[in-house]
Write a protein that binds this ligand. Structure first.
Ligand SMILES: Nc1ncnc2c1ncn2[C@@H]1O[C@H](COP(=O)(O)OP(=O)(O)O)[C@@H](O)[C@H]1O
Ligand SMILES: [Mg+2]
Length: 583
């Protein structure tokens, strides 16, 4: 794990190496200064020798200045290295996520990916900075200061050893408990982010259903879980301070008491006692720092693991070694295809279909019967578990993915528009499309009429998620965007469900006339949307139960005639009249 992470230090390696170097120099200076202080007192002040005071004072100032410079440099480089590290990690994660297939994303959940890219990386960033600076400084300070103490007075050093033992044991108990709590924090973070993400992105639905209270409660419980954990850990951490103070003051009293005795006996000078005071503080402080590092490291180990999971995740839909670069025609074949989304249950099972290039195919069936799944497999958003899907006579897994998806354009059921102008959104389909091409695509998708009515026309700004256009308008823009690719196969997954039947019919008519060679797969709930297709696939519980023309299906397919009967009886009359009126 550490190896994978360190690979991402990249061009910030120099800064990462310079940080501990400057920290070491800073520590050396810092440790020597109290020693010089002792000289000033013992050889200068105590002996009334002003020359020595000036001399050692000068040395001390130079050392202090150097220590400060080294400190600033190590701070600068550690900031550079750690933010660079975070930048590299996020960049690499983002790039890898872009290669993810739908099933990769299903595995992590969108909320999970967001936490990993934000909170987890931040944890790792501060841990990295700590490692570079403090984890070098604290042990060095500790070792040097102990060495200096022993060097100054062996017997007095016993006091520190006792103090260190007391502090060390209590720290150990506190830390081991804290770590346990921290490891739980991250699953709670995922919970909370999920709640935030679902709620904010669906805020309109929440409001429409007057579910604010429910959502507030849900969020509160997720946030509370996190709060409790943090309070728990902070409580434990807070015990550190009284323990630390007790030990420090205990040490000072002991030092003063023993120190006085030693000075009277002539074994210790006043200056030496002063520097011992400084060293004891440094030693205890370093111990405290070390324990903090330990907590931080455990916390970031959890984060590191979660980041590496994303970095190491291999896209499970990938390009073949020698990809086929062109799709010859829009024919589609399903050969014994079965597919499941990971659970034991198949979403579709044993599908055999043969669709000719240029045909218009309707797909109908109840919700959850596998219609969208069928479409997803054609443009290889997911790979089949069994059998094969062929486009233009070649297995979809043998194509270059980009080429395949340019030729097989799918308008997803829950499609999104991005913030930007209408033109920006259309050009998502084809970045270099001219205004004329965009107009033509919009004409086919029957989007031109409402765009032309807008004051800014094609330059109208679309808000995030397309919140300022109606559902039907959004669907038509998505269709136009897909058309701009001039695909050989166009799959519309319930893409006109929010359009009135007249518009729906207009779109189909435009398709028939303008893109007769494109294979059109029209997935729909309304029987009118598919009735005039060349052939219709009727699906039930993941299986194809009928595949024929409207007339034949009415005669032979029970499910189809049942759907037809209920839809025309219940709402069809109204729709028919409206259609007649508009024509
Ligand atoms: N991303 C997914 N992860 C897990 N199960 C899914 C996913 N998408 C769809 N399913 C399941 O697969 C089955 C078929 O879904 P789908 O093809 O979307 O049906 P339809 O489009 O006909 O409504 C359903 O039972 C649905 O719950
Ligand atoms: Mg669907």
């Amino acid at each position: 794990m550490i190896k994978t992470l360190l690979r991402h230090v990249g061009r910030f390696k120099t800064a990462s190496i310079l940080t501990p170097v400057f920290t070491t120099l800073e520590v050396v200076m810092g440790v020597l200064i109290p020693y010089v202080t002792a000289w000033i007192i013992d050889r200068g002040i105590m002996q009334g020798n002003m020359n020595n005071v000036y001399l050692y004072g000068g040395i001390m100032i130079v050392m202090a200045a150097l220590s400060m410079t080294f400190g600033i440099l190590s701070g600068k480089f550690s900031a550079l290295a750690s933010s660079g590290f975070a930048y590299n990690l996020r960049d690499a994660m983002f790039k890898n996520i872009q290669t993810f297939s739908f099933s990769n994303i299903d595995k992590f959940s969108t909320a999970g990916l967001i936490t990993r890219m934000t909170t987890d990386v931040s944890h790792l960033q501060s841990a990295f900075q700590m490692v570079l600076r403090i984890s070098v400084r604290a042990p060095l300070n500790l070792v040097f200061s102990i060495f200096m103490c022993v060097f100054i007075n062996m017997k007095m050093s016993l006091i520190f050893i006792i103090a260190m033992a007391i502090l060390g044991t209590s720290l150990y108990f506190i830390i081991s408990k804290t770590v346990k709590l921290f490891t739980q924090v991250f699953t709670k973070y995922d919970d909370m982010n999920k709640s935030v993400q679902e709620n904010i992105s669906a805020i309109r639905v929440v409001k429409a259903f007057v579910r604010e209270d429910y959502e507030n409660k849900k969020f509160a419980s997720a946030a509370k879980g996190l709060y409790k954990l943090f309070v728990g850990t902070e409580k434990l951490m807070a015990i550190n301070h009284p323990v630390m103070s007790t030990v420090v003051y205990g040490c000072i009293i002991a030092l003063s008491w023993f120190g006085a005795h030693f000075i009277v006996a002539g074994d210790l000078s006043t200056g030496q006692l002063t520097s011992l005071f400084t060293y004891v503080m440094t030693i205890l402080n370093s111990l405290m720092m070390l324990s903090m590092i330990f907590v931080q490291m455990t916390m970031s180990a959890a984060s590191g693991k979660r980041i590496v999971e994303v970095l190491d995740e291999k896209a499970d839909v990938t390009n073949p070694e020698h990809p086929v670069m062109s799709v010859s025609d829009g024919s589609i074949k399903f050969k014994n295809v079965s597919f499941s989304y990971g659970s034991s249950e198949y979403a579709i099972k044993d599908i055999n279909l043969s669709i000719k290039s240029g045909e218009t195919i309707g797909v109908i069936g109840g919700t959850g019967c596998g219609k969208s799944t069928l479409g997803n497999l054609i443009c290889r958003l997911y790979d089949v578990n069994k059998g094969s899907v062929e486009v233009g006579g070649i297995d979809v897994r043998q194509y270059d993915m980009e080429r395949l998806r340019n030729e097989v354009s799918m308008v997803l059921q829950n499609n999104v528009l991005f913030s930007g102008t209408i033109l920006d959104n259309l050009r998502w389909g084809k970045s270099n499309a001219t205004l004329e091409e965009c107009r033509e695509a919009c004409r086919l998708a029957v989007a031109d009429e409402f765009i032309d009515r807008m004051i800014d026309g094609y330059d109208t700004i679309i808000e995030q998620n397309g919140n300022n256009v109606s559902g039907g308008q959004k669907q038509r823009l998505c269709i136009a965007r897909a058309l701009l690719k001039r695909p050989k196969i166009l799959i519309l997954d319930d893409s006109t469900s929010a359009c009135d039947t007249a518009t729906d019919a207009k779109i189909r008519k435009a398709f028939k006339e303008a893109i007769p060679d494109t294979t059109k797969i029209i997935i729909a709930q309304r029987i009118q949307s598919v009735a005039d297709a060349d052939r219709i696939i009727v699906m039930q519980s993941g299986r194809v139960v009928g595949f024929d023309t409207h007339e034949e299906l009415l005669k032979h397919c029970d499910l189809y005639s049942e759907i037809y009967r209920t839809q025309t009886e219940l709402s069809g009359d109204f729709d028919e009249k409206q259609k007649g009126g508009a024509a």
